[in-house]
Design a protein around this ligand. Structure first.
Ligand code: FES
Length: 187
């Protein structure tokens, strides 16, 4: 792998492990076969959460896990199941970066844009990603090859700039290592 765990401080390792748990199951178009949008399946997922306390975020994560996104058509389904307004559900979906409205491309590059990575050259890495991949942050390239997203701290702060490529961590993204990531994202 491009980075080694023993290069990380104890704090970084803990935070990284936490973030990996948080992120698992909500993205990675490569390791999970996503289901094509189906309102019946979405309704079934929503029913599983109905009547539970604090069910909205788990429900949205389950939709992400199933479909790779929370499409607009899922909002009224979730709202009805949880007895919330559509505006409340829409507000949560649009507030959190974790929830995307459309499926990601074939490859997903999530570059850390938090402070520690910025101090280690994150802005240059971000500009290089946009130029080389031909897509802006928050967007999927027109050919569906790659989605580029910002992410905020992976717990790899001492090894920044850091990113996830299809859910796998990559660190010290400068020079050749950054170019290798960009090449892999375009295979
Ligand atoms: S700021 Fe922590 S991994 Fe980027």
């Amino acid at each position: 792998m491009w980075w080694r765990g023993n290069q990380l401080s104890g704090h970084c390792r803990s935070l990284f492990a936490f973030n990996r748990r948080r992120l698992s199951g909500i993205r990675n178009p490569v390791t999970k076969t996503l289901t094509k949008w189906d309102p019946e399946i979405a309704a079934e997922i929503a029913r599983r959460h109905a009547g539970k306390e604090g069910a909205l975020l788990p429900l949205l994560h389950d939709l992400m896990h199933e479909f790779g996104c929370v499409p607009d058509a899922a909002v009224p389904i979730a709202a009805e199941a949880l007895n919330l307004s559509r505006a409340e559900v829409h507000g949560v979906v649009s507030f959190y970066h974790d929830f995307r409205r459309e499926p990601a491309g074939k490859h997903l590059v999530q570059l850390c844009r938090a402070e520690a990575c910025q101090a280690r050259g994150g802005d240059a890495a971000a500009a290089r990603c946009e130029a080389a991949l031909g897509v802006a942050f928050g967007e999927t390239r027109a050919d569906g090859q790659v989605t580029l997203e910002p992410i905020y701290c992976l717990g790899l702060c001492a090894s920044g700039p850091a990113a996830l490529l299809d859910g796998a961590p990559v660190a010290r993204l400068k020079g050749e290592r950054l170019e290798r990531l960009l090449a892999e994202a375009q295979r």
